[in-house]
Design a protein. Structure first.
Ligand SMILES: *Cc1c(COP(=O)(O)O)cnc(C)c1O
Length: 476
């Protein structure tokens, strides 16, 4: 072994090689030295474990090829694309929706240029960064003004901190939502320094419950959209209109956390109805908050719309400065919202709405195509079928409503074969993410936006596909 260790090259010597000089030109001295040290250390460990020199020390060409690989990997972005075949269109863990062409263009432009973010070009004086969004949202929703923050969780926090610090907020017990990722209405209340006053019961809350809870320390009445669950049976909740009337009686604003907050009539697109921001504004709700990257189909953002007096107060709160959006997000959001000025085109222009409205016939054709390419690749132990499936919108929109869809299902006698296959799918150049149900692995076509690239990847003979043998998954 000592003999082998003595064959390890010295970093100093390697640095003097002509190839190393080229690498230094390209990547800089520091990175090359670091990666050479790493290479030698890897070789040392290899000798310790296997009592032979690693392949990359065979000759200089092999060594510098390995160095090149290490240096290139330094620049490889780890947050990489995946194919979403889970059947959940807005999958929070997979980054929710895709941006529209217009949003991407606007964002790219903002990235590469200075923009008049807080600058009134005509008057040559300071302006406000939320101005364009505010005007646009006013036009679309009928609200007076808007405020934009990092996400809807931030929007709720800002509303609570601005209007309810050291005060009480009345919420129905049926609406104490946990969104996931530690967003719970009671916890956000605590963070904002306000006291949650729960009224009613889990299944039934009446107007008189709110009325009885009002006192001189009440800041506002709050509605939270139960976006990820549904209470059925003997239930009753109070409509926004009724709450607004009660609020007026006591001079209290009504605030609504709408979650996904659609700006278009989902039912007219053939989808399950979802409460619209416009309806809440029309009902007289003082402030409504919703996400930019749920059904709206834009970038991650939280939008608060409502009466100008309240919006002005939100804008003036120090937390707004902490939670504000940058020029790229604001550009993308504006471009997305502008699509709403051409409402009939939305299912073409916004990828999320496009996925949700794809016809089952189209999904069937795609499923057959996927089944065919997979059939050519997979070992005969795997049985492929095209089956009807149920997809969902996701991200807390319409939790109990399923969308008709089509999937390629994969079965195998041994569960371990399916688990191995799931692993292999994840190791592909662009990982494929599906789901397990009924002892099958489901690849749902409703949620995949990049279908052609998926087929292309599976048709392409990457090294991953090339092994064959008893335990192997892929055919040659
Ligand atoms: C999704 C959701 C949130 C959180 O919104 P993000 O944009 O994900 O921060 C808050 N409240 C409700 C009711 C939601 O559905």
């Amino acid at each position: 072994m000592q003999q082998l260790f003595r064959q390890l090259p010295s970093v100093d010597k390697l640095l003097k090689q002509p190839q190393a000089v080229d690498f230094i030109q390209q990547f800089g001295h520091q990175a090359v030295v670091e990666q050479l040290r790493k290479l030698v250390e890897r070789a040392r460990q290899h000798i310790q474990q296997h009592q032979v020199l690693p392949d990359f020390l065979a000759d200089e060409t092999a060594l510098f090829a390995e160095l090149s690989l290490q240096l290139t990997q330094l620049q490889q972005v780890q947050l990489r694309p995946v194919f979403n075949l889970t059947g959940t269109v807005l999958h929070t863990n997979l980054g929710r929706g895709l941006w529209s062409e217009a949003a991407m263009q606007a964002a790219t432009c903002a990235m590469q240029n200075n923009v008049a973010l807080e600058f009134d070009i005509d008057e040559g004086r300071r302006s406000h960064r939320d101005l364009y969004i505010s005007e646009l949202v006013a036009k679309i929703t009928g609200a007076e003004a808007a405020c934009v923050v990092n996400n809807n969780a931030a929007a709720v926090l800002l509303m609570l901190a601005t209007f309810a610090k050291d005060k009480e907020v009345i919420v129905s017990r049926g609406e104490l939502v946990e969104i996931g990722g530690a967003f719970r209405i009671p916890d956000i209340m605590l963070q904002a320094g306000c006291k949650l006053v729960e009224v009613g019961t889990t299944n039934r809350t009446h107007l008189k419950d709110y009325r009885n809870a009002i006192n001189e320390n009440t800041a506002f009445l709050m509605k939270v959209h139960t976006s990820n669950y549904h209470i059925e049976g003997f239930t009753s909740s109070v409509l926004e209109e009724e709450l607004v009337a009660l609020g007026k009686e006591f001079g209290l604003p009504v605030i609504s956390d709408l979650g996904s907050g659609s700006l278009t009539d989902m039912a007219s697109l053939g989808l399950p109805a979802e409460p619209m921001v416009q309806q809440k504004v029309a009902a007289g709700v003082d402030l409504v908050s919703f996400s930019g990257d749920k059904l709206l189909g834009g970038p991650q953002a939280g939008i608060i719309v409502g009466k100008k007096v309240w919006i002005d107060e939100l804008q003036a709160h120090p937390l707004k400065r902490v939670l504000r959006c940058d020029k790229v997000i604001l550009s993308a959001l504006e471009a997305t919202l502008r699509q709403y000025l051409l409402p009939e085109k939305l299912s073409e222009t916004l990828p999320t709405l496009n996925l949700l409205t794809q016809s089952v016939d189209l999904l069937k054709i795609r499923a057959e195509e996927l089944k065919e390419v997979l059939g050519k690749r997979l070992n005969s132990r795997y049985i492929l079928q095209v089956e009807p499936s149920l997809a969902q919108i996701g991200s807390g929109a319409l939790p109990t409503e399923k969308l008709p869809s089509v999937a390629v299902t994969i079965e195998s006698e041994k569960q371990s074969d399916l688990l191995a296959l799931e692993q292999r799918f994840k190791q592909l150049p662009t990982p494929i993410i599906g789901r397990f149900a009924d002892k099958k692995f489901w690849l749902d076509l409703r949620s995949v936006a990049q279908f052609e690239p998926l087929i292309e990847m599976l048709s392409f003979n990457t090294p991953l596909f090339s092994k064959e043998g008893q335990g192997e998954i892929w055919k040659k």
